[in-house]
Design a protein around this ligand. Structure first.
Ligand code: NAD
Length: 500
């Protein structure tokens, strides 16, 4: 049986692409081909932008509470289809069902935030800035916005972008990851079912060429990108060179500092979930444990717990994690593990030869623990994006902070401690955008913003929260004066204007 071809959402309807270049979407546990994804033609990309540009003319005039009502219905449909979406997502990403449900749920939370758009669009007013003159600001949409998303959260990250952009009055072209396009396509179907007008959302599939065309397109106003650091740099440079507003969320190397007074069992449980959950393919995964002083005593317990983690397919309820996304990703992680050993790190637990009975074709990589890691090693410098935890031992909190601040990435970090003073010093001095205190993965809820720093984020305004509303809108400032004699005019507003 041939696999179904994923349609484009183009000009208000789902339709087959004329593309000749396609790629298989595979179940990472079995290599079964679930679908074929077309790489849209240049003409289709142009048509998507043109349709979005045309739709903007009327969508921008729709009252914000009416736009919010579309989001309310959309939120309801996403909740109704939560498990169905999670199943599609789990099959194409390899995530466990629990993880897949979390991916969908974190996206739903952003749609809930978008339902609040009317109050998020409120401007500011100062009355009487000079005699009889008022100044106030209006918040208006930009036009056509583009979203380019990665494989690791195929529900959450598209939902970080298009609902808020569209609720603000923009229209949107989404280019999802070619590795797992089925989930965003189903989400787009639900968006239309929610009553979104034709053409406010277009979904174009593809890769590098389609992205590059969008980056240079004269009718695109803003680009939101989430993906790896080298691609983020390319997107940022190219998008800004073409005078777009650009925000890029990129790679990471997230540290968790463990103080000697932290509760050891909590440390082990949290480190395991944060490093190996979702097979380590989270941008906020903890990939480095920085153990301060006697906190090093957790190492044997960590190694023992890594041994107990069992991989499995999406509907195996006892599985702690699934396969990584592709055979290529698996080979890359294995290669990094090999380099770690060659460069002198101690591999306390090696998952590079992981297998799962009945699923010999799966892209399995087991939890891997390295101790004796130093900052020059490749495994420390590169984002591994697999279930690999590095341990670095230091003597003081100040040393831990200096180590993290010297790292070029700054997405997330955390500290485990019983000391308020240590936590306070850490939160104040650390040069990382998202900080957890006894919370391993501090992803903020959508009424805050997702605030990575340094090489983990290129741009000025972050995802969701108030910052995304600023990103997807322009502020217009009006200074107004009304002359007193207008009040007394006998003919009211219908007066004939007479120029002197
Ligand atoms: P990726 O960079 O390979 O791909 C991301 C998107 O860019 C895809 O849609 C892809 O088609 C497109 N793309 C790839 N190469 C391109 C090129 N040369 N030119 C133009 N477009 C190109 O990323 P990925 O492997 O899908 O996702 C994993 C990465 O995303 C990790 O580095 C992870 O840390 C990062 N990520 C970051 C965040 C964050 O918030 N900072 C969140 C999730 C994922």
């Amino acid at each position: 049986m041939t696999a179904p071809r994923i349609p484009l959402l183009l000009e208000g309807q789902f339709q087959a692409s004329a593309a000749t270049h396609t790629q298989a979407v595979r179940n990472p546990a079995t290599q079964e081909v679930l679908a074929e994804v077309p790489f849209a033609t240049a003409d289709e990309v142009d048509r998507a932008v043109a349709a979005a540009k045309e739709a903007f003319k009327s969508w921008r005039e729709v009252a914000p509470p009416q736009r919010a009502r579309v989001m309310l219905t959309f939120q309801h449909l996403l909740k109704k289809h939560h498990d169905e979406l999670a199943e599609i997502l789990a099959k194409e990403t390899g995530k466990t069902f629990a993880d897949a449900k979390g991916d969908v749920w974190r996206g739903i939370e952003v749609v809930e935030h978008a339902c609040n758009v009317s109050s998020l669009l409120m401007g500011e007013t100062v009355e009487n800035v000079a005699g009889g003159i008022d100044t106030y600001s209006l918040v208006q949409p930009l036009g056509v916005c583009v979203g380019i998303t990665p494989f690791n959260f195929p529900a959450m990250i598209p939902l970080w972008m298009f609902p808020l952009a569209i609720a603000c009055g923009n229209t949107f072209v989404l280019k999802p990851s070619e590795q797992d396009p089925m989930t965003p396509t189903r989400i787009a179907e639900l968006f239309l079912e929610a009553g979104a007008p034709k053409n406010v959302l277009q979904v174009i599939h593809g890769g590098q060429d389609q992205v590059n065309q969008l980056l240079r397109h004269p009718d695109v106003h803003a680009i939101s990108f989430v993906g790896s650091a080298p691609v983020a740099e390319h997107i940022y440079r190219t998008g800004t060179a073409h005078l777009k507003r650009v925000q890029c969320f990129a790679g990471a190397k997230n540290h968790m500092v463990v103080m000697p007074d932290a509760q050891p069992q909590q440390v082990v449980n949290n480190l395991i979930g944060a490093s190996c959950g979702a097979a380590g393919q989270r941008c906020m995964a903890i990939s480095v444990a920085v153990l301060v002083g006697s906190a090093r005593e957790v190492i044997p317990h960590l190694a023992a717990s890594f041994r107990e983690l069992r991989p499995g397919v999406w509907d195996d309820s006892g599985a702690a994690y699934g396969p990584v996304i592709s055979a290529k990703a698996k080979a890359r992680i294995q290669d990094l593990i090999r380099q770690g050993k060659e460069e002198g790190a101690v591999c306390a637990f090696d998952g590079s030869d992981c297998t799962v009975p009945d699923y010999p074709q799966g892209n399995w990589v087991g939890p891997t623990l390295f101790t004796g890691v130093t900052p020059e090693m490749t495994i420390y410098r590169e984002e591994i994006f697999g279930p690999v935890l590095l341990v670095i031992e230091v003597e003081t909190l100040a040393e831990a902070i200096a180590l993290i601040n010297a790292n070029p990435y700054g997405n997330g970090c955390s500290i485990f401690t019983a000391s308020g003073a240590a936590a306070r010093k850490f939160q104040h001095e650390i040069e990382v955008g998202q900080v957890g205190i006894n919370v391993p993965i501090p992803v903020p809820l959508p009424f805050f913003s997702f605030t990575g720093w340094k090489k983990s984020f290129l741009g000025d305004l972050h995802a969701y929260g108030k910052q995304a509303v600023r990103f997807y809108t322009e502020t217009k400032t009006v200074t107004a004066r009304w002359f007193d004699e207008d009040i007394e005019h006998p003919h009211g507003p219908n007066m004939t204007i007479q120029l002197k």
